[in-house]
Design a protein around this ligand. Structure first.
Ligand SMILES: Nc1ncnc2c1ncn2[C@@H]1O[C@H](COP(=O)(O)OP(=O)(O)OP(=O)(O)O)[C@@H](O)[C@H]1O
Ligand SMILES: [Mg+2]
Length: 579
């Protein structure tokens, strides 16, 4: 066996496999270089999603001809002043990006240092094919053509120009948010897509995120133990089917870090359905020695010295902001609250954006029969309206919605969604205050289920008991239910047991006990709730309204939908053309 050094072209190819996966990753590296060069303006041009051409032009410091040659060599970098990798603040530091890209494309590098002449170097798949003088303004312009054209193994994994373009756009947005002080332009197939002037961070974020966030967003600014988090997140009711609008930054570096994404998810737990995703732009500032950015070739993941502190700051900070917002939604004095809910029905969402109900077994079942015979009950509006934020019940529509009159408008409540939330919050409060009140069944109920379901319930017996749901195994295919949570009232024990088994099967994975309990609680709450279709007495309706007013997070159901909407007097007048 003979050991030999790999030829440099091969080394670059191998590195390219790690650093440059697709046009968007090459683009990201080029923009990062432009930003590291101190540019104040970065122009990006793409053709066919970057498959045909990626061009990045900047007005940064530029390079002299011999620096350009060096820049194209592996492990040549100007960015490690004292060889202290722990303290880098530049995007780049590995000296790998340019040679890697140059090894899998035709690359033209043009650059000019202020006060000197410009120079051009052309590289074809790693081999220098020409150089000479170039005319360009001070700065650097890099053109990458035919990326992966000669690397079939890579080309196979590329997607359509459309999909590659989407990834490129995402890369530009992330870096443009990271550096709002820099101006950006983006052109695709000859069309101008973005023109961003230098701005402060909130302005830049607002330009690049769904504009609905000015009404459906919550501003974030918190600090703990030297960690700071700023940014904006969406209200739970304003969510998306894909997690493509989550922009996370650590010390101004865009990251797609699992810990951070997980913490964001955690903050919305039980406020949003599992298949829906919040929108967020969050900027974390962490002392340099608390974070290692050199753990991933594309530097999109980082390692924190104290991950739990970071997780705690994110979940705690976001949760507090969301809770404050949800209480505000139930308090009439705050003008923004009605806007928040009523507007959810009256704006045209961007494709993919949604405030619509997420699909959920339970709700599909209870909301299906819409072909009802019109039915409603009304209370005469004689009594003066006492000043309750959610008003007094005036009637019920389709045995599903409560219509109430408040001082400042008309309130419509989804009775099932609202009640479900109340039950969940009651159970959670009980759990936090110690044991959940349980209601022993006079005669324990034998529930027949399939054997795997019985196994699941038995396996989770301890956790379920904490929720007030006591079971025992009773033969191969049944369990004995001894008590149910008191918050439930009368309930169909068998259906609840079957649903819980299903829930546990779905959760399966390595979720923490607490996470599981919350999901289980949500399932139980759903069962204990007043169904759509149940006729309520006036007293019951008013009791529900009063409880909603004092319950935190009652503005949305467990799946992130609003539980009530308010039509202000002004809006009603508008509907009738009186205004
Ligand atoms: N747009 C640019 N303007 C000025 N200098 C540049 C530009 N692009 C690259 N360079 C120079 O070329 C060097 C090599 O760039 P390259 O991207 O390969 O490595 P890096 O940025 O140092 O590290 P990394 O591989 O982590 O990106 C840089 O260190 C920088 O000195
Ligand atoms: Mg670089």
């Amino acid at each position: 066996m003979s050991i030999r050094r790999l030829p440099p072209e091969l080394v670059n190819r191998i590195a390219a496999g790690e650093v440059v996966e697709r046009p968007a990753s090459a683009l990201k590296e080029l923009i990062e270089n432009a930003l590291d060069a101190g540019s104040s303006q970065v122009g990006v041009r793409l053709y066919a999603g970057g498959l045909e051409l990626i061009e990045v032009a900047d007005d940064g410091c530029g390079m002299a001809p011999d620096e350009m040659r060096l820049a194209l060599e592996r492990h040549a970098t100007s960015k490690l002043p004292s060889d202290a990798i722990e303290r880098v603040t530049s995007f780049g530091f590995r000296g790998e990006a340019l040679p890697s890209i140059a090894s899998v494309s035709r690359l033209t590098l043009e650059s000019r240092v202020r006060g000197a002449d410009g120079w051009r170097i052309e590289i074809d798949h790693g081999a220098a094919v020409g150089e000479g003088p170039a005319a360009l303004p001070p700065g650097t312009r890099i053109k990458v053509e035919g990326l992966f054209d000669k690397v079939p193994a890579r080309r196979k994994f590329l997607r359509s120009p459309r999909a590659e373009y989407a990834a490129c756009l995402d890369a530009v947005k992330r870096l443009a948010m990271a550096r709002s002080d820099v101006g950006f332009t983006l052109e695709h197939d000859g069309r101008r897509i973005l023109t961003l002037q230098p701005a402060d961070a909130p302005t830049r974020v607002a330009e690049l995120l769904a504009h609905e966030l000015d009404r459906h967003g919550v501003g974030i600014d918190c600090e703990r133990d030297g960690l700071r988090m700023t940014g904006v997140i969406s209200l739970p009711t304003f969510n998306r089917g894909v997690a493509d609008q989550q922009f996370l930054f650590v010390n101004s570096r865009p990251v797609k870090d699992r810990l951070l994404v997980g913490a964001l998810r955690g903050a919305y737990r039980d406020l949003i359905a599992r298949d829906r995703h919040p929108i967020a732009a969050l900027f974390l500032e962490v002392p340099l020695d608390e974070v290692d950015v050199n753990v991933h070739p594309a530097k999109t993941e980082v390692r924190f010295r104290d991950p739990s502190a970071v997780r705690g700051l994110i979940i705690g900070g976001l949760r507090r902001a969301l809770d404050a917002e949800s209480q505000r939604s139930a308090a009439r004095e705050q003008a923004a609250a009605p806007v928040m809910w009523t507007s959810s029905a009256s704006y045209a969402p961007e494709p993919g954006l949604s405030v619509a109900p997420p699909a959920l077994r339970e709700d599909q079942a209870s909301f299906q029969p819409l072909s009802f015979v019109p039915q409603a009950r009304a209370e005469p509006a004689t009594a003066p309206v006492p000043s309750y934020p959610l008003g007094v019940a005036r009637g019920q529509v389709a045995a599903t919605y409560i219509v109430a009159e408040a001082e400042d408008g008309l309130v419509i409540v989804d009775q099932h969604a609202a009640h479900e939330r109340l039950v969940l919050e009651r159970m959670r409060a009980a759990r936090e205050g110690g044991a959940v009140a349980r209601q022993a069944l006079l005669i324990p109920e034998v529930v027949e289920l399939e054997e795997p379901d019985c196994d699941r319930l038995e396996g989770a017996a301890v956790e379920l008991a904490e929720m007030g749901f006591e079971i025992e195994r009773f033969g191969d295919t049944s369990v004995l239910v001894r008590s149910v949570p008191a918050a439930l009232g009368k309930t169909d024990v068998k259906a609840l047991a079957a649903d819980l088994a299903g829930e546990i099967a779905e959760l399966g994975g390595p979720l923490s006990l607490r996470d599981k309990l919350d999901h289980v609680a949500a399932t139980i709450a759903c069962h204990g709730s007043v169904r759509a279709g149940r006729v309520l007495s006036v007293a019951e309706m008013n009791a529900l309204l009063r409880e909603m007013e004092v319950t935190p997070r009652s503005g949305q159901c467990n799946h992130g939908r609003p539980t009530w909407v308010k039509l202000g007097h002004g809006e009603i007048e508008k509907l009738f053309g009186r205004k």
